[in-house]
Design a binder for this molecule. Structure first.
Ligand code: ATP
Length: 443
């Protein structure tokens, strides 16, 4: 099963989805760059999420806060003191591990008895030491302590510190939500499994502000909504999705209740999104550190309180890996690899191919292309045999192949080829747009 990830990594490179960062310098660990198809796919996923949050829900609005913020924010949030992973080194081979990979309860492990998984030496592992995951940086030209801040490790805090401004500007009444998509940075000790865990990534977070006492009900609702998103919007296999509830020992310092949505990756069940009841912890801490009152005033009931927050926190890159894994299909019968993306996610919706490079076919194909490209991401390809052109697009996950032949000149028809079945039909040029549009709606 692990092999599938290796195959996916090479397909992603070959077809222009994802590249290792700084490739010509030998690569830069745990950072990835998104190529022409990768960025289209990533945008399609994030737009679906954004639309689901800010368009489907009238009481959810968006913001885009800075990556760099006041350093006190990270003291208040607890990240300076507690955003640590326990690090263990092998003195023999220098391999590095997260202590909780050995045991969730790593504090009771006798490290003298442990064996290094890489070199096999017993007794070579150090005692765990805490390692802060935030990237430090300096603001301004002089590197003094007063100028130190951090690259944000989560987008959530940018929402909390702006919540009153947003609420006032948009005249929002509780319950309401604020959504944000943006980069986050974590100096992960070990990064593996391709884009699953990286040091720079994107989060899609929505913080839902509710009246204390209604938080449990809201948590239930968001759990349901978010699970459905993966099935109804991304079209993922239901059998590969499940919930995992955090036990008391796993709960973050701010959380009252936490659930992960997990996906069955080739390397095992792993978290793709967290849904957390963060209580009023963050707002309380920001009140304490900023000296500002952050309560909400309910005019109708003449009631003032500090809202509770239900957070839905998803990683865009992990969601993308989920979509890639779910779509990967080796069609052994036809000796081809196909990315079976739902058409609404596919980076390219159709390829337009003139059968030959003469007899007016390229011109006819270009005309079709020019009309369709105002509606969809379409590409034109006249290179190589038609079979090779289709197989290239199967790997790119392009749902439709449109071939323009000599008959097209006479009667304005083309052949349309369906990626998954390889079935081919003769249709009129006017029908292409409707077929693509309908395929993107259906789920
Ligand atoms: P993990 O236990 O996997 O480190 P976490 O519990 O620390 O994740 P959260 O802080 O809840 O994760 O972050 C919310 C979401 O952000 C995760 O579900 C995941 O999709 C994404 N995410 C977190 N860390 C990373 C990372 N290093 N690379 C890619 N995505 C990440």
């Amino acid at each position: 099963m692990e092999k599938i990830i290796e195959k996916l990594v090479s397909l992603c490179k070959r077809r222009g989805f994802i590249f290792q960062s700084s490739d010509i310098y030998g690569g830069f660990s745990a950072i990835y760059d998104y190529g022409p198809l990768g960025i289209e796919l990533k945008n399609n996923i994030s737009q679906l999420w954004w639309k689901e949050m800010t368009q489907s829900h009238e009481n959810i609005v968006g913001i885009d806060s800075g990556i760099l913020m006041h350093p006190k924010i990270w003291e208040a949030s607890g990240h300076v003191g507690a955003f640590n992973d326990p690090l263990v080194d092998c003195k023999q081979c220098k391999a590095r591990y997260r202590a909780d990979e050995f045991s969730d309860d790593y504090t009771s492990v006798n490290w003298q008895n442990e064996q290094c998984p890489k070199c096999g030496t017993r007794g070579s592992l150090t005692e765990p030491r805490q390692f802060n995951l935030m990237f430090k940086t300096h603001v301004g030209p002089v590197e003094e302590t007063g100028t130190e801040t951090y690259l944000r490790p989560e987008t959530a805090q940018g929402i909390y510190v702006n919540y009153q401004l947003v609420q006032g500007a948009m005249r929002l009444k509780i319950p309401f939500g604020i959504a944000q998509i943006g980069k986050a940075f974590r100096n992960e000790i070990i990064a593996r499994n391709f884009i699953f865990r990286t040091r720079e990534f994107e989060q899609m977070e929505m913080q839902y502000f509710v009246k204390p006492g209604t938080d449990d009900e809201s948590m239930q609702q968001w759990k349901k909504n978010r699970f459905q998103f993966y099935i109804n919007h991304l079209g993922l296999s239901k059998s590969k999705l499940r919930f995992h509830e955090h036990e008391d020992s796993e709960l973050a310092h701010y959380a009252k209740e936490a659930w992960d949505i997990e996906y069955k990756f080739p390397f095992g069940w792993s978290e793709i999104e967290g849904i957390h009841n963060r209580t009023n912890y963050d707002l309380l801490r920001h009140e304490e550190f900023s000296g500002k009152k952050l309560s909400y005033f309910d005019q109708q009931n003449n009631d003032r309180f500090l809202p509770y927050i239900i957070e839905t926190s998803a990683g865009l890159n992990r969601m993308l890996l989920t979509v890639l894994t779910d779509a990967y299909w080796e069609d052994k019968k036809n000796n081809r690899t196909v990315m079976k993306f739902h058409p609404r996610l596919a980076p390219i919706k159709a390829v337009i191919c003139p059968l030959v490079k003469k007899d007016g076919l390229p011109e006819k194909a270009r005309k079709i292309m020019n009309e369709l490209k105002t509606h969809f991401k379409i590409i034109y390809d006249q290179q190589g045999s038609i079979g090779k052109r289709y197989y290239r697009q199967d790997e790119a996950g392009t749902p439709f192949g449109i071939t323009v032949d000599h008959q097209s000149i006479d009667d304005d028809t083309v052949t349309i080829r369906f990626r998954d079945t390889q079935e081919q039909n003769r249709i009129t040029i006017n029908e292409i747009k409707t077929i693509i549009t309908n395929s993107m709606l259906n789920l």
